[in-house]
Design a protein around this ligand. Sequence first.
Ligand code: AAL
Length: 371
Amino acid sequence: MSNEASAAMKRFSQYVQSPEWFCDFRYFDVTGIGAEEGVHRRDPSSVINVGGVYHVWYTKSTGVAQGFAAGDDAKVFPWDFSEVWHATSTDGHAWVEADRALGAGEPGNYDDRSVFTPEILHHEGRFYLVYQVVASPYRLRSKESIAIAWADDPAGPWTRSPEPILRPAEGGEWEGDEDNHLRVVRPGPFDSLKVHDPLLLPLRGRFYLYYKGEQMAEKFTGGGRATRWGVAIADSPTGPYVRSPLNPVTNSGHETCLWLHDGGVAALLTTDGPERNTLQFAADGVNFEIQAHLASPPEAPGPFRQEEPTRRGLDGLRWGLCHDVSGPWHYIRGFAADERRKHLYATGNPPELADLTSLPPGMPWEGAGAR
Ligand code: AAL
C-alpha cells in the first residue's frame, strides 16, 4: 500500500477480505417458548442436538419488573426471581417446554434470589450448565457471580457447585453507603461488579469460561455501555478458574456468543462498544481479531452448536435462538444467517435460503413470522 493511500484504505488492507464471514440475518417466530403474556423467556443458551433432538436452556420468570425503588421484595428486573428452564424440539421451530432445570437456591445460599442466563456444554457424556446467580437482597450494588451445575441427562437431575465458580474481581471500593452503583472511590477492574453471560468451551485440553464483565461505576462509551468480555481458564469444568492476565479479551460486546472454530474460538459481539456487531476470531482463544462487520445481528444469540469445531466462518452461526425484549414480555425467537446477498453477487442468481445451509427442516423461512 503506497504512503499516498488514505487512512481508510491503509486500514482496509489490514482487514480480512474473505466474504466467508459475511452474512445478513433473518428472524422467525417459534412456538412453545415464544411470546406469552405475563411470562419472560430470554437469554437462550446455544442449541445442542442430542440423539436427534434439539435442546435449549433459558431464563424464565413471571410478573412485571418494578425497578429498585420498589423495595427489597419487589421484582427489580425481568431476570429477577428467575429460574432456568429447558425446552426440546425436533425441528428447531416447534418447542416443548420440558422441565425446570434449576430454581433459586435455599435461603441464605449464593443463589437464593435468582438463577438466569444459562449456557450449555455437552462434554464427554456429561452436561454442564453455567449460569448467573444473585443473592437476596437484589440492589444496585449487588455483586453477581457465575455458578455451574452438571447432569448425566439433559433432563437432569442437576448437581450444583457448592460455591460460585467465578465471582466479581476484587479491587473496587464504593464511596459512601448509599445504594448507588455509580459512586466509587476506585472502580476496580472491568469485572468488579458483575460477572455475567458465562459460556464454557473445551479448548486444548483445558476449559475456557468466557463471561461479560460489568464494572463498579460503569461508564457509557461512544459505542454504548462499557461492557467487555473476559475469560477464566481451568483444568476441569468445575474449576478452579483463573482469569487470563490479558483480560478483558474484548473491548465490546454484551451477551456472549462463541464457538470452537478451526483450532481457536469464533465470537459474535453485539449491542455495546466500538466493535459491536462484529464477528471475531482468536486462534488462541484470547487474542480476538475482527473478521466482519454485520448489520442487525440477533440479540442474546444462542446458535446451534455443531458437534465438531467449525471450519468455515459462518458454520457456527447457521441458525439458533435469540431474544426479543422490545415489548413488555420478553420472548425467544429464531434467527438464521442469510448468505443470499453474496451468492447473488457471485452468481447473479439468488438461491433459496434453505439451499445455502444445513438448516433443520420445517422452518417457515418464507412464511408468516419470517422477516
Ligand atoms: C442480559 C445479560 C445478563 C444480564 C441481563 C440478564 O441480556 O447480559 O442476563 O444480567 O441482561
